[in-house]
Design a protein around this ligand. Structure first.
Ligand code: PFF
Length: 450
């Protein structure tokens, strides 16, 4: 097991690592993205493929990514350089770190804009703007937000400042304490929303939509989206979880910890879907409404609930927090690398990355209004950034991680690191990492791109 230390600090316990990794994993991907891509890709069959991707590819690759991080104890770029050297492999394996840092940066740019929507909704909710609102009015409010570059830019700026503020101070101060309290509250609120959905007319239709497997609706593109999302939701393939692994205490079992994180992450996504789709059907909305799905549906539910203003406000506060703890992990790999490489303070490194990602974020801001007709490969700048990172860079990163950890690092070292107590299970994991996961990723990528 790795005994060397990290210059960036450590999680004080296994529990704090679980919290931080869950904070990274649970975010807009679960609450905003999962429901809307499920809606766009036809429901049940997509959910099934997504769950398979989590189990067969996501969990094994996540165990590998955290292990590599803890072996290297540096930013993903330097970790990969060091591990390649130690394993007598080509220094080019550092590409995993580079590609990841780039993907993290690109995702941060649009993630901040969407998180800005949640901030804006928090204020609207608290103002009581959604009380007794109809589906049409809800759509109009959302449309007005997207139509205003100024509004979007203001909230994007606020969110980016919040994110960079925490990254600059290091992860131990502040965030750990906040997440410890906020994650459980998020679960409770999702339960309340689920309870509301349960009592609505659309419940059985919603459940049917999510869990009846109509494979005729499954296309190669939707399989690619499911795989990409498995990576996105678990924060895999770009080094975020590798960076967090680098700060993990040496004597904790990585495998067990990863399974807990993946389970919590999946539970939040499924609960968000079960809360949203019944409301969609009860109000005659379209499940394939796209990125606005969450923002157009849940306010209707809160508007009808007693004390909906309080619950609604709290809900969007929590979505913002979930996004916050994820955004921090998007910036961490590249900020940690700048600190190591140029010996500058975290403040400076975080400010440089924050400012650049903010500027790039404007492309996403404009994708919803003045640039909505600017298209490349039939995609707006936002769609393109999302597609390139989630559906291509993350699976590619995951593929390289699986191959490197499975084939290049010595098996004894891996065995020592991952903490899978049963030899049979370890062999199963290694087999998945060496053959199953890479082949599945290659098949999906090749099919999807052709
Ligand atoms: N997992 C986050 C979510 O589901 O919202 C997004 C994310 C964070 C993706 C960190 C990738 C990452 F490295």
């Amino acid at each position: 097991m790795s005994e060397n230390t990290s210059m960036h600090g450590f999680w004080k316990s296994r529990w704090l690592f679980i919290l931080a990794a869950t904070g990274s994993a649970v975010g807009l991907g679960n609450i905003w993205k999962f429901p809307y891509i499920t809606g766009e890709n036809g429901g049940g069959a997509f959910v099934l493929v997504y769950l398979l991707c989590i189990c067969i590819i996501g969990i094994p690759v996540m165990i590998a990514e955290v292990s590599l991080g803890r072996m290297g104890r540096q930013s993903p770029i330097n970790t990969m350089k060091a591990l390649a050297k130690r394993s007598n492999a080509s220094p080019n394996w550092a590409i995993i770190g580079w590609m990841g840092a780039l993907a993290g940066f690109l995702i941060l740019s649009f993630y901040s804009v969407i998180a800005g929507w949640a901030l804006s909704y928090t204020v609207d909710m608290a103002n009581g703007d959604f009380v007794k609102i109809s589906a049409e009015e809800s759509g109009n409010i959302f449309g007005a937000l997207l139509g205003s570059p100024t509004q979007l830019t203001i909230w994007h700026t606020v969110f980016m400042l919040l994110t960079i503020g925490i990254v600059a101070r290091g992860v131990n101060a502040g965030l750990e304490n906040a997440i410890k309290f906020l994650m459980p509250v998020l679960f409770i609120l999702l339960f309340i929303l689920f309870g509301y959905a349960l009592s609505s007319d659309g419940f059985s239709q919603g459940v049917n939509f999510m869990f009846s497997f109509d494979f005729s609706k499954l296309t190669t593109e939707s399989i690619m989206v499911a795989l990409g999302h498995a990576f996105f939701t678990l924060s895999l393939g770009l080094g975020a979880i590798m960076a967090y692994g680098a700060y993990m205490p040496a004597n904790t079992s990585i495998a067990k910890t990863v399974v807990i994180v993946a389970f919590l992450d999946t539970a939040v996504a499924i609960m968000a879907g079960l809360a949203i789709f019944p409301i969609v059907f009860a109000n005659g909305l379209e499940p394939s409404a796209g990125p606005g799905l969450l923002f157009q549906t849940l306010p209707i539910a809160f508007g009808q609930m007693s004390a909906g203003v309080i619950f609604g406000t709290l809900f969007f506060v929590l979505v913002s927090f979930a996004a916050w703890s994820s955004a921090i992990s998007l910036a961490e790999p590249i900020v940690a690398w700048i600190v190591e490489r140029f010996q500058v303070s975290r403040y400076k490194a975080a400010a440089i990355i924050g400012l650049s990602a903010w500027v790039l974020g404007l492309a996403t801001v404009f994708s919803f209004n003045i640039w909505s007709d600017v298209k490349l490969f039939d995609k707006t700048p936002f769609d393109l950034l999302d597609f390139l990172t989630t559906n291509i860079l993350l699976p590619l990163g995951g593929l390289c991680i699986a191959i490197f950890a499975g084939w290049k690092v010595s098996t004894t070292k891996m065995m020592d690191e991952v903490g899978i107590d049963y030899p049979v299970l370890f062999k199963l994991w290694l087999f998945t990492l060496r053959f199953l996961a890479p082949l599945a990723i290659i098949a999906v990528l090749v099919n999807g791109l052709i």
